[in-house]
Design a protein around this ligand. Sequence first.
Ligand SMILES: Nc1ncnc2c1ncn2[C@@H]1O[C@H](COP(=O)(O)OP(=O)(O)OP(=O)(O)O)[C@@H](O)[C@H]1O
Ligand SMILES: [Mg+2]
Length: 311
Amino acid sequence: MNIIITGSIAFDYLMSFPGSFSEHLLPDHLSRVSVSFLVDSMDKRRGGCAPNIAYTLALLGERPRLMATAGQDFEEYRRWLEASGVDTSLVKVVDGKFTASFFCSTDKDGNQIASFYTGAMAHAGELSFRAAEGCDLAIISPNDPAAMVQYAGECRTLSIPYIFDPSQQVARLSAEDLREGIAGAHIVVCNDYEFEIIRQKTGMTETDLLAETEVLVVTRGEQGASILTRECAIQVPAVPPRRIVDPTGVGDAFRAGFMKGLAMGAPYEVCGRLGSVAATYVLEHMGGQSHAYTLEEFAARYKEQFGPLEA
Ligand SMILES: Nc1ncnc2c1ncn2[C@@H]1O[C@H](COP(=O)(O)OP(=O)(O)OP(=O)(O)O)[C@@H](O)[C@H]1O
Ligand SMILES: [Mg+2]
């Protein structure tokens, strides 16, 4: 299946501070802050929703096309993605800008101070589905908010079935933007917290949402996921991880597994189960692109939990 993945491409710079931030933030001096934390470790990781989803889909045997903007520091990341089976020909490199970057310092008590630089992501609106031929399925994942709304409009006009995946951008998208993304989407996917925000912002109930989209998928962490259509409600259990290393990218992997099911023409229940299996592998590894398996290994893990996977 010809799948296009849109969303952020980012690098995560993760640092750890061995002390407590609160000891350095003096309540009497908050009107003029100048602090520098000497961190003792720094890790740079490949991230962003779109490459995370694309990476897992490629592991599952698809060749997704990544449609997103990156900066002058993208070249090595591109090579990694291509070597992993992701088609990066639709990625636009914006000269003179860095790839979106997330800088996060965590202190010994788990408090975090972070900044997110949008960088090249702010140019996402310069890409268009009109320039991408033969797309059978698209996903609109967190990105520059205006670009997300634009892509949804293009997919509707071009009759491309799309998954609207606003995720953490529910905080930034207006009620109008959310309604635009939802209206005409084949599937809307979010976690339970984001679903509540969508409900509050748009005033739409579950029934209202299902009048605009065929399927609503709400993920619930270790409780699994609910798949709602106009006809039925399906509960999909999570797959217990063998160990939990890091939850980063778990939602993205779920989406990739679900999309693999769509590409196979599987019923929604099987799509959800594929999502659960794909997600648990990510929990067992550091970051959203450190896991690897063969299709046989994946099918065996699926079988262990849900019985044979029928293609
Ligand atoms: N502790 C867990 N054990 C097993 N599976 C999990 C666990 N947490 C999440 N999952 C799987 O991942 C899916 C998505 O998780 P969740 O609802 O937490 O997404 P999210 O909050 O969007 O995650 P992210 O942090 O990636 O944005 C769940 O439906 C489930 O299948
Ligand atoms: Mg999420």
